[in-house]
Design a protein around this ligand. Structure first.
Ligand code: SF4
Length: 752
């Protein structure tokens, strides 16, 4: 294949229309609610790649993206930031602050402005790769849709600037009124999972007396960690890619399979002769390294895994390292597995029983240098956690834990000191968080589905949204346009104006990760690391304030300022000290390895039987749980799957004009449909179709991409932007939003 050079941005007087628009926007400020709003002191950098420059790459690569896969290199050409000025720019080591993966990257900076970005090859997990969002990292800083100063919605619904003191005073008064009339628990906060938003958001809510703090879980990562912790005692595991014989992926990975740590794992496995297999309802365009793909009916991954367990046990091919002869839990599960034979699983999954047996025996043959990974199902179905639980037990049967080539239980990495311990203890709110009583296995993140329902039924009157990413939470997306309209007060703290700002009363500007120093955070895989970002570029919006400053000011205005009477620098230092580090350790680097070892799983720590699962109604042993919905035999009915493409899962980027254009060029707004199932309905590639729910309460049109890489009874939207893309179904026991529990009808035609 001929290697393409990515065209450079145009400069000077040959500016494209978009470039001119950006420059006008820089002077005039964003168009908010139909009118221009003047900005104070905003300096917009105009070295964004122009539309013309990227379309050359995007147009040429679009077909490749859809049909043959979109590699990390093509992602860089499509989304990346490289300009002619990068050559003599300073290299600033940092980490991507857009999601919890925190991939390593290097920002190229000249005169305080970003001129380029590249992955950091020294990062132990991402190994020089970035996803589409990471390559487009700079767009969030230089978009013309930045929130440049505090804004307040007027009675007429438009936005007007307001100074910080007035905004903080107004909001404090509203909180006081809400607490007085509906109780402190009527105040809630949803944060985007960043360490600083989590730390300050939780402390603010608890200081106000509310337990209602929730974290957005855009990719199901938190939910997966929660069920693993309860099953094997470790929150995460990774394949030993350098020595593996076989990795089996169950379900499709988040970010369309482009998560840098995943790609690095797959690449290392292939380079070392390992085999990669996937069993999933569709094969992502990025799954270019997979050797064997087996389609199955969406929502039946659990049946497939249980049948693998049954074969391994029935054939006596299981490892006994974690079995105690007197382990009644295993004995009970072993008996129950008899119900889950391959023929039974075939009737649900559609995978021939002979293939299920073959895959099980291949795993047993290669064990212990094998691992089975199912984090891709997390957050999709009502039985997603049960699938992750059964998969962890399958790895146990295969004897894979911490064996060469097997599944490495990631070190547990937590700060012993959250950083506020020098201050007086906070009283724990007496009321239970919304949803916690209904979902006893809920994760630390909380059940955001219950937050949305709390808003709908009036239990929540005031809401803080901390960080652009919280709007990407599946339940917030599922709640649709009117999601915040019933609130008395809704405050959004972020860097980019939300595409849908309905119901939001205040916009408070926050610097982007590139513009501000980070907050310590930890990540683990085969090793554990601590990260602390340096500020990389000059602030574009000088009026923006960091979360800690906003919370401290708000707390003072609410009369609880003493709860935050320590500087953020002190909090940072205390957190780092609790893992044996200090801020100076990050003077020239953005991440530091921690001297922790892989989690050692103890015999007896593997929960073959679990009372807490039993109490939550999920069975004492891992068993079959029906998905919430299943498509009927009606040819027009399908399960709708919502992918989480790396180009669109980061809210503050997805709405920028450049990313939206690339997404359209790459067909990310197209509905994936099995080519045979489409033909049965008279639908061809490129046709317009109407998607509607069974009750026809909602419908939408889109263009179809037909492919053999899709199960015949499922359709998939690569982007989460559709109103159909998520359901508000909550997973039993856990409360996790099950975003793929939606049935739709597809028909040819429709206005578009
Ligand atoms: S996965 Fe993408 S968005 Fe997340 S940290 Fe890595 S590069 Fe950034």
């Amino acid at each position: 294949m001929r290697k393409m050079r990515r065209p450079m941005p145009e400069r000077g007087h040959h500016l494209h229309r978009l470039e001119r628009h950006r420059r006008r926007s820089a002077c005039q400020g964003p168009r908010l609610d139909g009118r221009r709003v003047a900005r104070k002191g905003v300096i917009m950098h105009t070295n964004l790649p122009t539309r013309r420059s990227f379309v050359g790459g995007a147009g040429a690569l679009a077909a490749a993206s859809l049909l043959t896969g979109c590699s990390s290199a093509s992602h860089e050409r499509l989304y990346g930031w490289t300009s002619p000025t990068s050559a003599d720019a300073a290299a600033v080591p940092t980490v991507c602050g857009l999601c919890p993966e925190q991939c390593g990257l290097t920002a190229l900076v000249k005169d305080g402005a970003l001129t380029g970005l590249r992955g950091d090859g020294g990062h132990p997990f991402s190994r020089g790769r970035l996803c589409a969002a990471g390559y487009a990292y700079g767009d969030a800083t230089y978009t013309s849709d930045r929130i440049a100063e505090p804004m307040k919605r007027t009675a007429s619904g438009s936005w007007e600037p307001i100074d910080w003191d007035e905004a903080i005073g107004d909001i404090a008064a509203a909180l006081d009124a809400a607490a007085g009339t509906a109780g402190a628990e009527s105040i809630a906060l949803l944060h985007d999972g960043r360490a600083i938003a989590a730390a300050y958001g939780k402390r603010l809510m608890h200081a106000l007396g509310s337990p209602n703090v929730f974290a957005a879980d855009r990719t199901g990562r938190e939910a997966c960690a929660n069920v693993l912790k309860r099953t094997i005692g470790a929150s995460r595991y990774v394949p030993d890619a350098a020595h593996t014989a076989l990795i089996l992926f169950v379900g499709q990975d988040p970010l369309g399979g482009t998560r840098p740590s995943l790609v690095a794992t797959q690449t290392a496995a292939k380079e070392n002769g390992g085999r990669l297999c996937r069993v999933s309802p569709y094969r992502s365009a990025s799954d270019t390294l997979i050797d064997e793909w087996t389609p199955l009916a969406a929502g039946t991954e659990l049946a497939f895994v249980l049948a693998l367990c049954q074969v391994v046990v029935d054939e006596g091919r299981y490892d006994t390292s974690y079995l105690d002869a007197s382990d009644e839990g295993f004995a009970a599960w072993k008996a129950e597995l008899n119900e889950y034979r391959p023929a039974w699983a075939e009737s649900l999954t559609g995978i021939p029983a002979s293939d299920i047996s073959r895959i099980a025996l291949q795993l047993a043959e290669a064990a212990p240098a094998v691992s089975v990974v199912a984090d891709g199902v997390s957050g999709r179905y009502a039985n997603a956690s049960a699938t992750i639980r059964a998969t962890a037990l399958l790895n146990t049967l295969l004897g894979s834990w911490n064996r060469e080539g097997g599944a490495l239980a990631a070190p547990e990495a937590i700060f012993a000191d959250p950083g506020f311990n020098a201050l007086p203890d906070l009283p724990v709110p007496s009321a239970a968080r919304l949803g916690d009583a209904d979902y006893p296995l809920v994760s630390e993140a909380g059940a955001s589905t219950m937050l949305v329902r709390g808003i709908e039924d009036g239990a929540v009157k005031s809401l803080f949204l901390f960080g652009d990413g919280c709007l990407g939470d599946p339940s917030v997306r599922a709640a649709g346009d009117g999601r915040f309209s019933q609130l008395d007060t809704c405050v959004f703290v972020g860097s980019v104006k939300p595409a849908n700002d309905a119901g939001i009363g205040y916009l408070l500007p926050e610097p982007t990760p590139l513009e501000s120093r980070g907050f310590p955070s930890l990540a683990s895989g085969s090793v554990a690391i601590a990260s602390l970002r340096a500020q990389a570029v000059d602030p574009v919006c000088p009026d923006a304030r960091t979360i800690d400053a906003i919370v401290s000011d708000l707390a003072s205005a609410c009369g609880i300022g003493e709860r935050f009477a320590c500087s953020c620098d002190d909090v940072v230092a205390a957190r780092l000290a609790s893992v044996g580090l200090e801020p100076e350790d990050f003077a020239h680097v953005a991440f530091v390895p921690l001297p922790t070892q892989a989690s050692v799983l103890q015999a007896g720590s593997i929960a073959f039987a679990s009372d807490e699962f039993e109490r939550a109604g999920l069975g004492q042993t891992a068993r079959w749980i029906e998905p919430a919905v299943s498509p009927s035999s009606d040819q027009r009915e399908f399960r709708l799957l919502a992918d989480c493409q790396s180009a669109t899962f980061v809210e503050e980027l997805a709405q920028t004009e450049r990313l939206q254009s690339i997404s359209r060029e790459c067909g990310l707004d197209r509905l994936w449909m099995n080519v045979s199932a489409a033909r049965d309905l008279g639908i061809e590639d490129g046709d317009t179709v109407t998607i509607s729910t069974a009750a026809a309460e909602a419908s939408e049109t889109c263009i179809v991409h037909t492919t053999p890489c899709m199960h015949p009874k499922a359709v998939m939207l690569p982007s989460l932007t559709s109103a159909f893309a998520t359901s508000l179904a909550a997973e039993p026991g856990f409360g996790t939003t099950a975003r793929d529990e939606t049935l739709v009808f597809i028909s040819k035609g429709g206005a578009r």
